[in-house]
Design a protein around this ligand. Sequence first.
Ligand code: HPA
Ligand code: ZN
Length: 325
Amino acid sequence: EVTQAFTHGLPKAELHLHIEGTLEPDLKLKLAQRNHVDIGQHTIEEVQKAYQYDDLASFLAVYYPAMNVLQHEQDFYDLAFAYLQRAAANNVRHVEIFFDPQAHTSRGIPFKTVIDGLYRATVDARALNVDAQLILCFLRDFSKESARQTLAAALPYKDKFIGIGLDSDEHNNPPMKFARQYEDAAAAGLHLTAHCDIDQKDSIEHIRQALEQLDVERLDHGTNIVEDPDLVQLVARKGIGLTSCPLSNSFVSPEMKGKEVLDLLAQHVKVSINSDDPAYFGGYIGDNYYALADKFNLTKAQVVQLARNSFETSWISATQKALYL
Ligand code: HPA
Ligand code: ZN
């Protein structure tokens, strides 16, 4: 039987985690006070009462405004280090952390401030026995030109992040919109992933574009792929990772895409379990494993396979991988 002690203690990699989504109510209030930013809420209860969403758009409407409390390099450090301590407590040995530079540069915060603070926390995480890397995400509802400028501003810091991703509002923002940025990032030696959120209007078409036009190595969420057996065969054959996030999914889809995850596991697709935005969706990665295992009666072997998939589809070196597998 799979217990919380088992899911939390299992060594794992986290591959789908937005650092801005780890901003807990207490840190949000502390930073609001420290930076004299009025967020309209003054207690943890008031902050939590504002956490009402039932789809991607209503979530993002709560999520982005809260980032105003992040102003200085130290704020980004504090945010990331608090998450990394939680990761260590969940026995996360390796994490690839998304950050959204445009959510900060668009409010006047320099790219350097953001990446310096986040990166410094990843260096200090080595003392926690957590290997942490960064992935730059483009906001897909911003223009191509904004993505181009963001990549140009980021490339001088190329030694501080390992890949690019695509997040925010997927509706009418297909992967193809960013084909040029993905090509340029690949040429710069960066790894590639992209969100294909669950139950989007053009889910399958977006998954196809991400795989065929952007040439991604992973799909974030992406579990709607089960609707297209040919695409499932393709990701199985190429060893493409799918990063599923059960508690995040539960806000949109009561079954948390559990049947799809089990279906993909049975077809030897490298699907993994992750926490997405844990401060907003009710749990860190161990809780995500447990929620899925509990609801769908997963065996220990299935849970272990999910954790193995997380290391196998991570962007660590083959020698480093061998230590975990
Ligand atoms: N999808 C799209 N945008 C996001 C997500 C997500 O899961 N999490 C944070 N921003
Ligand atoms: Zn996400």
